[in-house]
Design a protein around this ligand. Structure first.
Ligand code: GLN
Length: 230
């Protein structure tokens, strides 16, 4: 496993389920991240194998050499840049506060005092909510995947969750979830494809070149349009 240079197949970490970026349909993985990395691999002439895992396990798996790269709706952050190198940004995202559709009490973090916010472990959302907990006085419930986190709010065990806005927008429109985003966006973030820092310069160069080619020849737009209507 790992180290594509030896066996010619790069192991690519993806989140277990993160529509519209990665999700299973009829037993096959699809989504923006999945199609993008497949198209980059094809453009650059390398082979990949997808390795779905809980988001919190992806960076450790890169560090242990079980993965050669990750494309998982992963935000480029300064903290992660200490251990990872990122490709050029490929998607704009950021965090939103999300409640049930029929909630009329919560409009911002200010309204979360004494309430519970659900987050996914290892994410920028989890970090943001942790850092602001003292100021706003909420409790935090941690989950390993986004569907469990959505369920916790849908069933009323948590009053809100924090999630990337492209993901929540897709969940609401495409899957008819009874949730809504409230207030201002909490952060501005950009997704990048990650490799282990300082050890994959050639691969990272190929990823960036492939990404640029797909942006120039229209493939990038075609892939995004399949999942997100503008
Ligand atoms: N963009 C967020 C992060 O990088 C969430 C990613 C995810 O849940 N797959 O932490």
């Amino acid at each position: 496993v790992g180290n594509g240079e030896d066996d010619g197949v790069y192991m690519v970490g993806i989140d277990t389920t993160y529509p519209p970026f990665e999700f299973q349909k009829d037993g096959e993985y699809q989504g923006i991240d999945v199609e993008l990395i497949q198209a980059i691999a094809e453009d650059q002439g390398f082979k990949i194998e997808l390795q779905p895992m809980d988001f919190v396990g992806i960076i450790p798996a890169l560090e242990e050499g079980e993965l050669d790269m990750a494309i998982a709706g992963m935000s480029i952050t300064d903290e992660r840049k200490e251990i990872l190198d990122f490709s050029d940004p490929y998607f704009d995202a950021g965090l939103a506060l999300v409640t049930t559709k029929d909630d009329s009490e919560i409009g911002s973090l200010e309204d979360m005092d004494g309430k519970v916010i659900a987050v996914k472990s290892g994410t920028t959302g989890s970090k943001f909510v942790g850092e602001n907990q003292e100021q706003y006085g909420y409790r935090i419930a941690y989950f390993e995947d986004s569907p469990s986190m959505f369920l916790e709010v849908a069933n009323g065990h948590a009053q809100a969750l924090v999630e990337d806005y492209p993901v929540i927008a897709y969940a609401i429109t495409a899957r008819d979830l009874e949730l809504k985003a409230v207030g201002e966006r909490l952060t501005d973030e950009k997704y990048g494809i990650a490799v282990l820092k300082g050890q994959q310069d050639e691969l990272l160069g190929q990823i960036n070149e492939g990404l640029r080619n797909l942006q120039e020849n229209g493939t990038y737009d075609e892939i995004v349009k399949k999942y997100i209507e503008n």
